[in-house]
Design a protein around this ligand. Structure first.
Ligand SMILES: N[C@@H](CCC(=O)N[C@@H](CSS)C(=O)NCC(=O)O)C(=O)O
Length: 250
């Protein structure tokens, strides 16, 4: 039976930070405890059962399965969540990926009584969006701004110059106490703030020239799942739903 969260948490947003320990991805669940509508940001296919169970346990109704961008390191769970819940999948228009709803810079979307704003923050990919939740002083930065780091720019239309401009113009201009929630952290840190990243980010506190040099010399290994993740994410993750799940793809 679902929990009666509305009685305990009136006027509070329901917020969960979920983790996939294979890809080091954070998935975020945001729910309005009054209307029960919720959204999920950056779900991972392998964790969909866990996430959807939690949505049901909390008595929530999933409105949107959102992606900050077309990921290269894991298959999105948005297509599978759509099949399970009837929610709409969401990604940026610029991503080149299929979804029910396409967002652009400054688009506002809502769940329950709450509004979030899409901020175009390209650079890791052309279609990267950050989602700004002004009411709760949160920003979900995807792979654009990581904690003391940032998304790599060596594939999928990546550009260090574009990423630098995105972070400085769209994220570092938000109120200083805005909490930064990235799509990944590889060191176990879960959140940061605009003020902290402005002061301590070892890449983005540098000049543009120094930043470009750093990014062009990261020499990171390619993500292990890139060859299956990118084609799957182009179709919303729908083509690689596990065989043991009895669902039909519409
Ligand atoms: N080892 C991981 C991939 C790690 C990686 O490349 N992460 C990306 C985000 S996912 S495309 C990134 O931008 N990293 C920036 C950095 O500085 O680490 C795997 O095999 O999946």
């Amino acid at each position: 039976m679902a929990l009666k969260t509305g009685t305990m948490l009136k006027n509070r947003i329901l917020f969960r930070q979920l983790f996939d320990n294979a890809s080091f991805t954070y998935t975020y669940l945001l729910g309005d405890v009054n209307s029960k509508e919720c959204i999920i940001i950056d779900p991972v296919l392998e964790q969909v059962k866990r996430d959807f169970k939690l949505v049901n346990e909390l008595g929530l109704k999933l409105k949107f399965a959102m992606n900050t961008h077309m990921h290269a390191d894991h298959i999105t769970g948005s297509g599978y969540l759509k099949q399970l819940s009837g929610c709409k999948s969401v990604i940026s228009k610029m991503s080149g990926a299929q979804a029910d709803i396409y967002l652009e810079d400054e688009d506002i979307f809502s769940f329950g009584n709450y509004n979030l704003k899409a901020l175009a923050t390209p650079g890791h990919t052309n279609g990267c969006l950050s989602y700004y939740f002004e009411d709760q002083q949160m920003v979900f930065t995807g792979d654009t701004l990581l904690i003391r780091g940032c998304g790599r720019t060596d594939f999928q239309e990546g550009s260090p110059e574009v990423l630098y401009k995105s972070v400085h113009s769209k994220i570092f201009t938000l109120p200083l106490d805005t909490i930064v929630y990235p799509a990944h952290d590889y060191k176990g840190v879960m959140s940061s703030s605009v003020a902290e990243e402005l002061k301590f980010n070892p890449r983005l506190t540098k000049s543009l020239k120094e930043f470009v040099d750093i990014m062009n010399n990261l020499n990171l290994d390619y993500p292990k799942q890139i060859d299956k993740a990118v084609p799957a994410n182009r179709v919303c993750g729908l083509h690689d739903i596990p065989d043991d799940i009895d669902i039909k793809i519409k």
